[in-house]
Write a protein that binds this ligand. Sequence first.
Ligand code: COA
Length: 281
Amino acid sequence: MSTESDLPQGETIRVEIDDNRIAWLYFDRPEKRNAMNPTLNREMFAALDALEDDDRVAVVVLTGTGDSFSAGMDLKEYFRETDGKPRSVQHRVRGEGTNWQYRKLLNYAKPTIAMVNGWCFGGAFVPLVSCDLALASEDATFGLSEVNWGVTPGNLVTRALAETIPTRDAMFYIMTGQHFDGQKAADMRLVNEAVPADQLRQRTIDLALQLTSLSQWVVRGAKMGFRHSRLMSWEAAEDYLYAKHDQAILFDKDAREQGMTQFLDDKTYRPGLGTYATSAE
Ligand code: COA
């Protein structure tokens, strides 16, 4: 576990890099249930930037300290304290949130996993959905609680839900504000899986290791291809996806070469059932 002082730091976040090349990026305001205030939004953006450039990191896991993933936007510092400020201030504060919560995460160069360890409300759904994959503790508590305190879902919460869960479920939870648990989140595909709390970290490590065992250029091209092509015409998607395909080969020739040679010539593995051996193995 890396604890060097060159890790990204802040008052509201915590970062660890382990020997598996996993960066653990924590919301770290447990006394405020990891609610996202303007400082946290700025610190998250800077930390994600730094981890993207850090060769010690292959996968980023976003999670929270204490008993919360994140209780959403900070009602005091994000909402009340910006009330009555010039529109330009509100615009900037909102932008600092969305900058990392979807813009940075959706386009992130490395694979990302949200590990939902506890409370997850409102605005927290945006970084949750923007991570590539998500795992939750079965007893985590989720909710679109905005209607409960008198507002419509803010930020890009509604858009994020439309991206992931079925319309009937989205409408139900947006309109009623009822909360639900991790198993329900998995049933409606808000997260990939829910596991017992004491297995969550190990399951996250296992998933991250699956991703680090593959060519990072290929994984990057595959995820960007899915994210962006679904909003394109078929013609534009054909051009873009082949560009991604060729880019991955250009940046990592060995992956495809080894993949084909070991299957077609050496007959040492079957791509349908596993991955080729890298030179390190
Ligand atoms: N914004 C600001 N402060 C928050 C917060 C939020 N979203 N969520 C929790 N806090 C603060 C509380 O005000 C409290 O502060 P205090 O100690 O200074 O009084 C502290 O965190 C602990 O909260 P508390 O409610 O006592 O914890 P709990 O464990 O009993 O309940 C929650 C946890 C998450 C169920 C509850 O805090 C809650 O409902 N939070 C709001 C969730 C929400 O609606 N988020 C959507 C925002 S878009």
